[in-house]
Every structure is written in C-alpha cells, then in structure tokens.
Design a protein around this ligand. Structure first.
Ligand code: SF4
Ligand code: SF4
Length: 385
C-alpha cells in the first residue's frame, strides 16, 4: 500500500515554483543554494526564502556543454545548463546565490555563473583536522552574513539567528524521523518514494508547512507498517546508498536497484543522512554564528581531506538499518568521490562485513543495460549470502 501523502509530494515541485513566484511578487527575497555547506539559517534569519539549485536533470546538459567540458560531472553541467537556458524557475527567482569552493569543477563553474546572478563564494577549509579550520570557516560565515545583509538590505540579529537555528533543526529532525521508518525490516517505504519526499522538500519555501507534511507522511507510514504492510517481501536485500547526491531526474540507479530486487533503505549521501545527522547547537549562551559554523564543518563530504566522518557514518548506518550491501554511486568525473571510493570499499569490507559496489555513471540513459547487468549480479550475490 503506497502512502496517500506521496501524491502531495509528487506535485510539490511544480506547486512550489508558483509559491516562490507569489512570494517574490509580495516582496520576499529568494536565495539560491547549491550545496549542503550553504547555511540556510543565515538566509532564514535574513527573512529570505532559501531554495535548492542543484541540477539533477539531463535536459539542460547539452546547452552547458557548449561552454563547459563534456568530461565534467553531470551535476555541475546540469546546474550550469539550467542557468544558461533560463529553464529553472528557482534560479530565475533567485535574488542572490550562495556558492562554495568544494570540488574544482564546481568552484570554477561558479566563476562563470557569476555572470548570471549576484553570487557569493564561501571558501571552505580543505581539511577539518587542522587547527584554525573552524576559525577560518567562522570568518567565511561572517563574510556571507555581511554580503546577505548588504545585498538584501536587512540586518541579521542574534534573535533571528536563534529562531532560524531552531526551525532548521526541527526540519532536520522531522526528515531524519522519516528516513528512520526504514530501519524496519522489511522497509515500509521504497527508496524511490523516500527520494521523492526528501528531494522535493528542498523546494518547499514554507518551512513550517514542509515540516508538517513530512510529519504527516511519517505518521502514515508508521500506521501502514503497524499493519504489517510493506512494498517488499521479508528477506529483500537492504541497500545503503552512499556517494554523490541524487535527486529527482537522476534517480536511475535507485530505480534499477529496486527493479532488480533490492530495497534502498537508507541514503548516506547529501540527499539524506549526511545533511541531517548533525544539528546546530541551540545553547543560548553560545554565539549562534559559531554554532552554525561548527555544525556545517562536520558534514563528511569527500571534498574534505581527510574525510573519516563518512566512514564512521557508513558504519553506523549499516548497523542501524541492518544493511546487506553498500552501493557507492559516483557521478562521472567526480574525482573526490571516485578516489575516496577505494577507502570506502576497504572500510566496508574490513569493518562492516557486507558487500560493496561502486557505480560510476551520468544522468543519461545510455548505460542503463550495463548498469542493470552489474546491479542484477550484485543483488543476486546479496540474495545468495
Ligand atoms: S557532496 Fe559535498 S559538494 Fe556535493 S552537495 Fe554534498 S557537501 Fe556539497
Ligand atoms: S558530484 Fe562530485 S564533481 Fe559533482 S559537484 Fe559534487 S563533488 Fe563536485
């Protein structure tokens, strides 16, 4: 039985584009963000609407390839393509864009994107194990705060920041509660529906409404699971997906994993737990800017070197979600995730004791048959083990 609430989530992306435009017509400012390192608390505290601009569709890529090299990650090309073709309502609506120096391709693309929108690039420390990394990142946060204040003509005060921290933490907790329904065996929600629900909420500009909808969905799924109903038979291989972010439009690997007989029970990537596991400290005695900087620096992205937090998170999730196999999805030419894959492979083999596979692909459908062959063999192996 599919949750009724999923219908609402399926329509949310298009509905929210209209909501953003209405909000703009009523004087609200919109701030676009590309990465999990973008601090939405600052945008909310500025009274603006944060929207996600991460490109997850193939359609704008040919236009992007007129400027960018073809052997670049599809996420970067798709994001840039949406801007140059003016086909993303959220990019069009953005009054200001926050970018970060994460991977090389993305940070150089941002130099080109700056022709289209007022844009501020935050300089991320390369490693979090260096003394001074937090201080550096805090200075970057303060610089962004100044730029937002200047550009949006507002003042961001401590009270607004504390309220934004609480709201963002509640949103993260609601999403985490949703993901955690799939700790049940068999999982009550398909990986495809989970992806739809968590991805489209990034386009929900009314945070309170978004939290309410996520809570209703979680409640409905718990009720369905309470009746012993699941889309999967007991014993279906349970998959943890790690690696590059996935969204609606580039979900082919998730779809194939489930069509070939698996159940994607958990997303470790930026679409899922990687962005939800860490909350901002709400201690009123602390400087909220420092608490925000500290939280964002914990995100275990492969652009950080070394990145032991990802391995620790994978171990925890394999145990919590009773995972049978780990699938590491890397977008083509994503050097940081592809290279880090070897460390993940060794870690999963030596410390988690479950099979691992790395899949490298793009947003096109040209390799569907090869992917299907590899995924079927992997699921067959999980069924046999
Ligand atoms: S994987 Fe890294 S660079 Fe990509 S969105 Fe997540 S935090 Fe940002
Ligand atoms: S998927 Fe990899 S190459 Fe693409 S933007 Fe993210 S970190 Fe950069």
């Amino acid at each position: 039985m599919r949750p009724q609430m999923m219908k609402i989530f399926e329509n949310m992306r298009a509905d929210n584009a209209l909501t953003v435009q209405n909000a703009k017509d009523n004087g609200f400012k919109v701030v676009g963000m590309f990465c999990a390192f973008s601090p939405q608390e600052l945008v909310l505290a500025a009274g603006a609407l944060p929207v996600s601009l991460c490109g997850t569709r193939q359609e704008p890529i040919p236009a992007a390839e007129k400027t960018l090299p073809r052997n670049l990650c599809p996420l970067i090309k798709s994001s840039f393509g949406f801007a140059v073709t003016d086909t993303c309502p959220y990019f069009r609506a953005s009054d200001f864009v926050i970018a970060e120096t994460t991977c090389d391709g993305k940070k150089k693309m941002f130099e080109l994107l700056a022709q289209y929108k007022p844009l501020h690039v935050m300089h991320l420390p390369q490693g979090t194990d260096r003394s001074g990394a937090l201080q550096w990142w805090l200075e970057e946060m303060n610089l962004l705060k100044e730029r937002l204040e200047e550009h949006l003509e507002v003042t961001i005060n401590q009270e607004d920041l504390r309220a934004a921290i609480k709201l963002s933490n509640r949103e993260r907790q609601a999403l985490k509660n949703l993901l955690e329904v799939n700790r049940l065996d068999p999982a009550p929600l398909t990986g495809m529906d989970m992806l739809t629900a968590i991805w489209v909420r990034g386009f929900n500009v009314d945070k309170e409404e978004g939290i309410g909808l996520i809570e209703q969905l979680t409640e409905e799924i718990r009720n369905i699971a309470g009746q012993g109903i699941s889309p999967f038979a007991k014993g279906t291989p349970r998959i943890l997906l790690t690696g590059c972010p996935v969204g609606t439009g580039c979900e082919k690997v998730v779809r194939l994993l489930e069509e070939c007989g698996g159940s994607v029970v958990c997303y470790e990537n930026c679409t899922g737990i990687k962005t939800l596991e860490y909350l901002v400290d709400e201690d009123e005695q602390r400087d909220p800017m420092e608490a925000i900087a500290e939280r964002y620096l914990q995100i275990p992205c492969s652009c950080i070197s070394p990145n032991p937090g990802r391995l620790e998170l994978i171990s925890k999730l394999v145990a919590d979600y009773q995972v049978d196999g780990v699938v590491d999805l890397s977008w083509q030419a994503c050097h940081t995730y592809i290279v880090e894959g070897e460390l993940v492979r060794r870690h999963v083999r030596d410390n988690c004791g479950v099979p691992y596979i790395q899949l490298e692909t793009d947003y096109s459908t040209s390799d569907i048959e090869q992917l299907k062959t590899r995924i079927s063999a992997f699921i067959e192996m999980l069924n046999g083990s």
